[in-house]
Design a protein around this ligand. Sequence first.
Ligand SMILES: [Zn+2]
Length: 155
Amino acid sequence: MPIDPDTARQLTALAPALRRILTDPESGTVLSVGRTTYTVPADLKALVRTRDRTCRFPGCTHPAQQSDLDHTVAWADGGTTSAANLAALCRRHHVLKHQTGWHVRQRETTGMGDTLEWTSPTGRRHTTTPEPPETTRHRAIPHGPGIPAPGPPLS
Ligand SMILES: [Zn+2]
């Protein structure tokens, strides 16, 4: 709910410290706490794990729910604690990212940082985006009068 400037001034005068928090206007879910804290708030963790579904390393299917959340741009390098700078990585690929020559960039196309661009130590590029939710990934096979039932491939 928006508040008027006078109320805002009164509230900020009373608050010892304010955290800059960006929330989704519809759901109220926290999307970013910026540079206020390295620790990922619980609802932001849930959001990123739900978005990512799996570890975001190319080809990895380890469930995001059992993966670490990695700051794509390291906190020490000025990275923010936000959906646009966090990605699920399984422990193996989290360690690999930090200990080998892989580089990753997270794109801001949707404000959700859902596209990761990986560059391998040999310079090969891989782009990963999360799998879409089950409900949109599986399409019903058309059936009914005049449409042949699915069967073995024709030889
Ligand atoms: Zn992985």
